[in-house]
Design a protein around this ligand. Structure first.
Ligand SMILES: Cc1cc2nc3c(=O)[nH]c(=O)nc-3n(C[C@H](O)[C@H](O)[C@H](O)COP(=O)(O)OP(=O)(O)OC[C@H]3O[C@@H](n4cnc5c(N)ncnc54)[C@H](O)[C@@H]3O)c2cc1C
Length: 393
C-alpha cells in the first residue's frame, strides 16, 4: 500500500464523483437548512436518475445483486469523495447513490433477498439495524436480552432495543435477538416495521439531527421462521461481519469531511490577516495546518491498507479496527483545528464546520466504540496475555 497509485478506472470514478458532489450537491446545500438530511423530492429523483445513468447506482453492491461490483479500495476512495459536503457524514450525497447499507442481507435466503435486498438496492425499501439494547452496545454478546422463542414455524420476540437509527420511515429492520446463551446464542431476524407488537417507545434527540435514534419495544412480536437471517446462533457472527464491513466506509466518510475542513482552513489562512500579516505567515497556524495534513495522510494510508487487505482476502480485523479508530479521531482533530483557524466564523452555522464537529463526536461511539477497536487490536498484539487470568496459564 505504501506505493498506492490509483488505476485509471479508479481515477476516473473518483473524478466523476468529485465533480458530481461539487456541481450537484454543494449548490443545493446553499438552499437547505444547516442540519438537512434530505433533498426535495424533485432533486432526489433527478439526481438518482443521473447516478443511474453514470452506472454508479447501488455503488457499494456486488455485481451479482445488480451493483457495479467495485472492490473495497475503490469503494473507499469513492466514500471519501461522497462525504465532502455539509451532510456528508450521515447523508452522503443525500442517498442518491443508493446502496446496500444492510450488507447482512447478502447472506439472506433468495426469498428474503427478493423481498428486502433487491428493493432496498433500488431505493424502494428502507431498513434499520437493531443490535444495541439499554443493557449496552459495546459487548452485545453479553448485553442482548431481547428474547426470541420458537413456537412451531414462528418465533416470538420480546424485549427492548435502544439507539436504533433510521427506524422512522423504515419498512423493515434486522433485529438481533437471544435464542441461547453466550456469543453463539444470538440469531438475526428480518422484521417488518408494521408487525403487531413492534412500537417506537421514544425518539432520542442527540447532537446529530438526522436519523434520530429510537428506543424500540418488542411485545410478543411474531416472526415466521422464514424471516430468520442466517442460521440459529449465527446472529453475532453476522452482526460482527456487517459491522466490520461497514467500518471502512464509515471511517472513509470521516476522512472526506476532514479533507474539506482542511481545505477551508488552508484557504482562510491565506486571506485572513492578523498582526499585519496573513494567518498563513504565522508559525502557530502553519503548525496546525501541518498537523492536519499529517492526520489526513496517515488516515488515508490506514484506510487503504485495511481496504486492500479485505480485497486480498487477508485477515483484516485489526487493520479495520486501527483504521476506524485512527480516522475517526484524526478527523475530529482536523475539524477542530479548522474551526480554531476560522475564529468566530468556525462556530457559525453558515459554515459546515460546526455540524461536522458535532456529528464526528458520534463517530467515536458508533459502529463499535473506539475502546472496543483498541481492545480488538490489543488482543491481536497480545493474544491470550490480553485476557485477565490467561497470561500465566
Ligand atoms: C446516534 C447513535 C446512533 C446509533 N445507531 C445505532 C443503530 O442504528 N443500531 C444499533 O444497534 N446501535 C446503534 N447505536 C448504538 C451504539 O452502537 C452504541 O452506543 C455503542 O455500541 C456503545 O454502546 P453503549 O452506548 O451501550 O455503551 P456501553 O457499552 O455502555 O459502553 C460505555 C462506554 O464504555 C466503553 N467501554 C466498554 N467496554 C470497555 C472496555 N472493555 N474498556 C474500555 N472502555 C470500554 C465504551 O466504548 C463506551 O465508551 C447508536 C448510537 C448512537 C449514539
Amino acid at each position: 500500500m505504501i506505493d498506492f497509485v490509483p488505476t485509471q478506472e479508479q481515477r476516473m470514478l473518483v473524478d466523476t464523483v468529485r465533480q458530481f458532489v461539487r456541481d450537484e450537491i454543494v449548490p443545493l446545500e446553499h438552499e437547505l437548512g444547516p442540519d438537512a438530511g434530505e433533498l426535495a423530492e424533485a432533486d432526489e429523483t433527478r439526481l438518482t436518475a443521473k447516478v443511474q445513468q453514470m452506472g454508479l447506482y447501488a455503488w457499494d453492491a456486488p455485481e451479482e445483486v445488480g451493483g457495479p461490483g467495485l472492490d473495497v479500495v475503490t469503494r473507499t476512495l469513492l466514500a471519501i469523495e461522497m462525504s465532502q459536503h455539509r451532510a456528508g457524514l450521515y447523508a452522503p450525497c443525500y442517498g442518491v447513490f443508493g446502496g446496500a447499507g444492510l450488507a447482512q442481507l447478502y447472506d439472506a435466503s433468495e426469498e428474503l433477498k427478493e423481498r428486502y435486498l433487491y428493493p432496498t438496492l433500488r431505493g424502494k425499501l428502507k431498513g434499520f439495524f437493531a443490535l444495541t439494547e439499554p443493557s449496552g452496545g459495546s459487548d452485545p454478546a453479553r448485553a442482548v436480552r431481547t428474547k426470541a422463542v420458537r413456537e412451531g414455524d414462528h418465533w416470538t420476540l420480546n424485549g427492548t432495543k435502544m439507539w436504533i437509527s433510521g427506524v422512522l420511515g423504515a419498512d423493515y429492520g434486522i433485529v438481533v435477538a437471544r435464542t441461547g446463551s453466550g456469543r453463539d446464542g444470538l440469531t438475526s431476524f428480518v422484521v417488518d416495521s408494521d408487525t403487531p407488537g413492534l412500537t417506537v417507545r421514544r425518539v432520542i434527540p442527540t447532537l446529530r439531527k438526522v436519523a434520530l435514534p429510537t428506543e424500540l419495544s418488542f411485545d410478543d412480536v411474531r416472526v415466521p421462521d422464514t424471516q430468520r437471517l442466517g442460521g440459529i446462533g449465527q446472529g453475532f457472527a453476522l452482526a460482527a461481519k456487517r459491522l466490520e464491513q461497514q467500518r471502512v466506509p464509515y471511517a472513509a466518510g470521516c476522512l472526506g469531511v476532514a479533507v474539506v475542513a482542511h481545505r477551508l482552513a488552508v484557504e482562510y489562512a491565506k486571506i485572513r490577516e492578523t498582526f499585519g500579516k496573513p494567518l498563513a505567515e504565522q508559525q502557530g497556524i502553519q503548525w496546525m495546518l501541518v498537523d492536519s495534513e499529517l492526520d489526513i495522510r496517515t488516515s488515508r494510508l490506514l484506510l487503504l491498507d485495511a481496504a486492500a487487505k479485505v480485497d486480498r482476502g487477508e485477515p483484516a480485523r485489526d487493520a479495520i479496527a486501527l483504521a476506524k479508530l485512527a480516522v475517526t479521531e484524526a478527523a475530529a482533530r482536523v475539524v477542530d483545528r479548522s474551526m480554531q483557524i476560522h475564529g468566530g466564523m468556525g462556530v457559525a452555522v453558515e459554515l459546515p464546520l460546526e455540524r461536522w464537529y458535532r456529528e464526528l463526536r458520534i463517530r467515536r461511539i458508533g459502529e463499535g466504540p473506539n475502546e472496543v477497536q483498541r481492545l480488538i487490536v490489543a488482543r491481536e498484539l497480545l493474544g491470550d496475555a490480553a485476557r485477565a487470568g490467561k497470561a500465566a496459564e
